[in-house]
Design a protein around this ligand. Sequence first.
Ligand SMILES: [Zn+2]
Length: 339
Amino acid sequence: MERDQLEGLRVRYPLENVAAQYLRLRRSGRTYVGLCPFHPDRNPSFYIYPATQSFYCFGCGAYGDVFTFLQRMERTGFPQVVAQLQTGSVPIVREVLPEPDFPAAVKSLGEDHYALLDAAVDFYHEKLLQHPTMLKILAERCISPELIKRFRLGYAPANGLQTYLKRRKLSPEVAEEVGLLRERKSMLAGRIVIPEIRAGKVLYLLGRATSPRQLLRYLGLPLPKPLFGADTIRGAAKVWVTEGVFDWLTLTEWGYPAVALSGTHLKHEHIALLAEAQSIYLVLDNDAAGREATAQLQKQLGSRTHPFPLPPWAKDVNELAQQGGQDLFAWFAALKNAA
Ligand SMILES: [Zn+2]
């Protein structure tokens, strides 16, 4: 591996943009700060220095660069990380940063972009319905066939999108603009695809890894990330907020109006969506990051917000569902007057 090539990867994959897939980062002057993923961290002590492309944790002393970070996060070796980055299967994530720097083409999406996203959702949905292994993975996570149809969940194969788009007279260039294709490669290949659809319009696609060999568990398009499930909370007085999209799907299946943050920080337009809700129940992940996020959301959303802790044996709502916890959840929700 040439030094130049490594430098090239470093430029293409800024540490803060990569790390933001895993951590909630907030900007603090010239650094980004978050809870350290390498030790139980209560106060954010994990610092990223964009100028030197390095990180340092004041709690446990972990330090390194983008390669070290990915090696430790994914528990894999240096060559594997380099190989994954070289294939271009890890996009540069921009949407998590305070000042998004989107490619000019996607600053405002036009009708051709929306038509393309819609076609992609159709294609992925069809592929999922033809894929028994993926359907099984979803069934194991308690995602029912009804949910799959209702929310047009999909599966992105490695090939076929281009041909499909051409058949529908849509341009692969537009697919490049929204980040679905890069150099003709499908960016979400091998992932379960969860779209955010509002009033029939596809705004965003999120890809969830289906194999531990895929470097990022969640991979989204380089577009502004929405709250997932906005259509399901319209007019609801009691609204639930989850971290993961599978948690949101689970709650929807159980009949609770819910949205998923999916790693996004609450921005103005997100808070506006929650304006009508009289009570907001925060059922975030059962870990330090989840608790920190809960405290932050309480500050942002005010006194109508109520934390809803999960039993210690469930990491999140979806895991609770997998362990048969629906009745327990309903009981606890009734107790808290949340149902
Ligand atoms: Zn640490």
